[in-house]
Ligand binder design. Structure first.
Ligand SMILES: [Zn+2]
Length: 389
């Protein structure tokens, strides 16, 4: 616990706001202390004065109950919430495209219309928004696939070109090696940034992977493993500290018999936003659109897109002031209802918030360019606060 708190305070030279709310448990009195020497600017806001927290001597802060996981919120001046939506491309503005027919009020508000071809350059809502079509084919013939596409998106390396083909679903050995070396979360951690994967994993997931013949993880899971970061659990999910891949738990309850309460899509988005207040980089994966595009959901694609839109609505509504939301995909799929497979369409890159107007996005033309831009934006923030790499 002490180690965790020290990391919390000394990790980065940014401006922290620490709020300790009243949840004192006098049964667990005095767990430890935090040393504030050489700490960054720390502002303490006590919601309940007179209990639990005092300075003695002034450079040492004693806390009666160190349950910071529940009680501390931080606000960084710059963070990124990276929403990865599997299987979303930019398709035509017609009935063949579920984005054209789905109820997506958040996207309409942001873009002045649905997320379809030609959306770039449209008049946007009050907060800065960048919307760009970027390449997901990676210069390799054939239909782009998740294994190589996600590896490219989460490492910045053209995985498909490296192995000479698009790789289905799970990264193969060379791709796993790439992720182990270049994972975006790993790179963030190495730069001293607080990073996290927002997705929750069931206890059964790890057994399930072991039992599979080749025990393969998805690119996102490997990205987190490479960084050595903990995984969020179903307990985190129940306590609102994680988001499941299906956003509302409707799919997981109905088809995977997961014992989870339903969560409104916008509430899931607000939970994601809260993680953005506590981390410089939050990664979240949702593969509802890809499943919908493959016709592997019992509901139409519009159903999946309305959940995604709800998530984005809640996320943007609760977005911390310094947080930039980045939305991207690994390949097209759901935007073409005439075909239940991937497409060669460009994928959308959406950047919403203070980072949308940054020059780091200028050169982003393909999914391999996203990692560099995200880390570039976060690095500028760290530099500005006196940090060096
Ligand atoms: Zn797919």
């Amino acid at each position: 616990m002490i180690a965790f708190c020290r990391t919390l305070l000394f990790g980065i030279g940014l401006d922290y706001y620490i709020t300790i709310s009243r949840k004192w448990d006098w049964g667990s009195v005095m767990c430890g202390c935090l040393t504030l020497e050489s700490a960054p600017v720390v502002r303490l806001c006590m919601r309940d004065e007179g209990v639990g927290l005092f300075h003695s001597p002034p450079e040492r802060l004693f806390v009666q109950r160190l349950d910071l996981r529940y009680n501390v919120t931080m606000s960084f001046d710059r963070s990124i919430i990276f929403v990865f939506l599997d299987g979303i491309g930019l398709g035509p503005a017609d009935e063949s495209n579920p984005f054209w027919t789905a109820d997506t009020p958040t996207l309409h508000r942001l873009l002045g219309g649905p997320l379809v071809e030609g959306v770039e350059g449209r008049g946007h809502a009050s907060s800065p928004v960048l919307c760009r079509a970027i390449d997901a084919t990676l210069g390799v013939p054939g239909l782009p696939q998740s294994g190589s596409g996600q590896t490219a998106l989460f490492t910045g390396v053209n995985a498909a070109q490296l192995v000479g083909q698009h790789i289905f679903a799970f990264p193969t050995a060379p791709l796993r090696q790439l992720i182990a070396e270049h994972s975006i979360l790993k790179q963030a951690v190495e730069r001293g940034l607080r990073a996290t994967l927002a997705n929750a994993y069931s206890d059964g997931y790890w057994d399930w992977v072991k039992k599979r013949r080749r025990g393969r993880h998805s690119a996102v899971t490997l990205t987190n493993l490479a960084a050595g970061l903990p995984f969020r659990t179903f307990d985190d999910l129940r306590q609102g500290r994680a988001v499941y891949w299906d956003i509302t738990h409707e799919v997981s309850r109905e088809h995977l018999q997961a014992e989870l309460d339903l969560v409104a899509a916008d509430e899931a988005g607000r939970r994601l936003a809260r993680l953005g207040a506590e981390h410089h980089l939050v990664l979240y994966e949702c593969f509802l659109p890809d499943l919908a595009g493959h016709r592997r959901l019992p509901w139409p694609s519009e159903w999946a897109l309305s959940r995604v839109d709800g998530l984005l609505g809640g996320l943007l509504e609760a977005r911390p002031e310094g947080a930039t939301v980045v939305v991207c995909s690994d390949h097209g799929n759901v935007e073409d209802s005439t075909f239940k497979g991937h497409t060669v369409n460009p994928v959308p890159l959406l950047v919403i918030g203070p980072g949308a107007e940054a020059s780091v996005w200028d050169g982003v033309r393909a999914i391999t360019d996203v990692v560099g831009a995200i880390l570039g934006w976060l690095k500028h923030g760290a530099d500005r606060n006196g940090q060096t790499e």
